[in-house]
Design a protein around this ligand. Structure first.
Ligand code: F6R
Length: 602
């Protein structure tokens, strides 16, 4: 949610900032801006819309130092005035910010009487506050920044420039992500290593409530009271090819196609040379010690939790409860005596989940984060981490992370079950079954043209649609409908097929698209009954069925896989449905309106 870049001491500053912002565009894309200095003059350039709009305005913008920002609006509409960077009253100080300042109105009232603001953002208040302390109260830049940091409450990653000094960028963070990138003779700042991987693979973490003074040849980390903190650098395991689109028109299609490879990478990561499943014994013990597992997540990751519930319960003999992070942050239900919290998060940065983790840590509840991003906040702050090994996911709509989440949890369930002597776990040949899943996905992917043709007829112009299914298929229906609505803007509900007749069937009318999912031999006939009910009321039905329950009339037929893993293969055609529906409606698949990839505000 909002992306920040900065560079100090490089004559290609503008290019580095723009390229970095392009890589961070997934974090927000309603407006963007850069401030560059150290050349003949200082430049502030802003644009509403995508980075391409900003880039088009940067001809002749030259300098050695600068900061940039791509925005996902929280306070104030996406306009140039609200776009970052923001400047202080005299325009001497320039600031970019990711996060939400909770007490910005109080600050405005208490400290900034008589100041003039151009926009409505909380960020503008912060930079005016710093400016006031430096210029009206006579503090040094560093002291002014520190004083402001002691006053500001909320989440933030800040990068601050004094326009009279091109030699330094001041940064600070609390709850929002920010890294230092270490170049040869220059240094950088970024929300995500992806932004600067073209320049360096050497990074330095910043912890919450730390301030960093970044110069071309030095990086100094301090706490807010000025005490120095030692920090080693680390090498980011990212490859430029991981973050390019290659020959694909959209990242989403590339990421859908990568899923068989991701399944195989997970097998490599969680097995030894004899093909035995290997999970950190400390994680196995944490599950064994728990009397109940609580899965906390948001959106697609929450759906992956549902899709894994039955498998986790049956193999680990531990009940599993699901919680929406944004709800649990403010009201935790009565917990069992020995809870284990499992956070599922592609990004590892979701603020809603983090606030639950902070509470869990205070309550001494053990925790495991299942994430795609090593070193992410949720990974650092939980007791244990399991990685998804899915490679960077850049399209806003999550695809390969969802399937990797279920597969990673399958390794956990299998490992715990085996350690407990659970007969079902012993009989579950996960490596073999996951290889079949990879093949099943491959065969679905080879049917793209058929799926595209069916989707064109069904979804090109509709305003609404339904996914229905029972059991595991219901959980997939929830995810399938989220995917469809978030990128195609078709209003779609994922429904338990048997529940429709209790009210929602009233919405079915002539031509309403209903997509039915069928994988379970016990439940498929019941779902077929529900299909008849909606068809009798005029619905246009598309069926997606596994071979073991398929009929000749089904539209998309998938290779049968192990029931625990069916949500993985079953979701893939629905990802393609969402992709093609969006394409045919002429929309941007990778960057749907109003959304951002990494949701770092509560
Ligand atoms: C939808 C999607 C979101 C995320 C949600 C949680 O395609 O990606 O619903 O799943 O914002 O994000 P993470 O998994 O990063 O915690």
């Amino acid at each position: 949610m909002c992306g920040i870049v900065g560079v100090v001491g490089n004559t290609n500053a503008t290019d580095i900032l723009i390229q970095g912002l392009e890589k961070l565009e997934y974090r927000g894309y309603d407006s963007a801006g850069i401030f560059v200095l150290g050349g003949a003059e200082n430049h502030l350039v802003k644009a509403v819309g995508r980075i391409a709009e900003l880039s088009a305005k940067t001809a002749g913008v030259e300098g050695t130092t600068g900061i940039g920002h791509t925005r996902w609006a929280t306070h104030g509409k996406p306009t140039e005035d609200n776009a970052h960077p923001h400047r202080s009253e005299t325009e001497r100080f320039v600031l970019v910010h990711n996060g939400v300042i909770e007490n910005y109105l109080e600050i405005k009232e208490e400290y900034l009487a008589g100041h003039h603001f151009k926009g409505q953002t909380d960020t503008e208040i912060a930079v005016h506050l710093i400016g006031k302390f430096a210029e009206e109260d006579g503090l040094s830049v560093l002291e002014a920044f520190k004083k402001a940091l002691h006053i500001i409450r909320g989440s933030y990653a800040f990068a601050l420039i004094d326009s009279q000094d091109p030699e330094v960028i001041y940064v600070a963070k609390n709850k929002s992500p920010l890294l230092i990138g270490l170049g040869q003779g220059y240094n950088m700042v970024c929300s995500d290593a992806m932004a600067m991987i073209r320049e360096t693979n050497q990074y330095m973490e910043i912890h919450d409530q730390e301030l960093v003074i970044v110069k071309a040849d030095s990086v100094e980390v301090q706490d807010y009271d000025g005490n120095s903190r030692e920090r080693a650098s680390y090498t980011a395991e990212l490859d430029l090819s991981d973050i390019g689109k290659g020959t694909y028109p959209y990242y989403m299609l590339k990421e859908i196609d990568e899923q068989p490879t991701v399944m195989r990478k997970l097998i490599q990561a969680y097995t030894d040379e004899f093909g035995q499943v290997v999970v950190d014994p400390a994680i196995i013990k944490a599950v064994q010690d728990a009397d109940r597992i609580y899965i906390l997540a948001a959106g697609t990751s929450y759906h992956a939790g549902f899709a894994s519930k039955k498998m986790l319960e049956e193999l680990t003999d531990t009940p599993v409860e699901l919680g929406i992070s944004s709800e649990w942050g403010y009201g935790m239900p009565l917990l069992s005596k020995k809870p284990l919290f499992i956070f599922i998060s592609q990004s590892g940065e979701t603020a809603d989940s983090r606030q639950v983790l902070v509470k869990a840590n205070k309550m001494g509840i053990p925790s495991l984060t299942v994430t795609n991003v090593p070193g992410s906040t949720l990974s650092r702050e939980a007791n244990h981490t399991m990685l998804l090994h899915a490679g960077p996911e850049i399209a806003v709509a999550s695809t390969k992370a969802y399937t990797a989440q279920i597969a990673a949890l399958a390794f956990l369930a299998k490992a715990v079950g085996e350690a407990n002597g659970n007969a079902k776990a012993q009989a579950f040949d996960l490596v073999h079954e996951l290889s079949i899943v990879a093949q099943s996905i491959e065969s679905t992917l080879s049917e793209k043209e058929t799926i595209e043709a069916k989707v064109r007829d069904l979804l090109e112009t509709t305003r609404n649609a339904f996914y229905i299914g029972r059991g595991q298929d219901y959980y997939v229906a929830m995810e399938a409908s989220l995917k469809l609505k978030e990128i195609s803007y078709i209003q779609c509900e994922g429904f338990a097929a048997g529940e429709l007749k209790h009210g929602t069937i009233a919405l079915i009318e002539e031509g309403t698209p209903v997509l039915a999912l069928l994988s379970d031999p016990v439940l498929a006939n019941h779902t077929r009954g529900n299909i008849q009910e909606v068809a009798a009321r005029g619905a246009k039905v598309l069926t997606i069925a596994e071979e073991n329950v398929a009929k000749d009339t089904d539209d998309i037929v998938l290779t049968t896989v192990h029931p625990y893993l069916s949500p993985i293969s079953m979701v893939v055609p629905t990802q393609l449905v969402a992709y093609f529906a969006t394409l045919h409606r002429g929309l941007d698949v990778d960057k749907p309106r109003n959304l951002a990839k990494s949701v770092t505000v509560e």
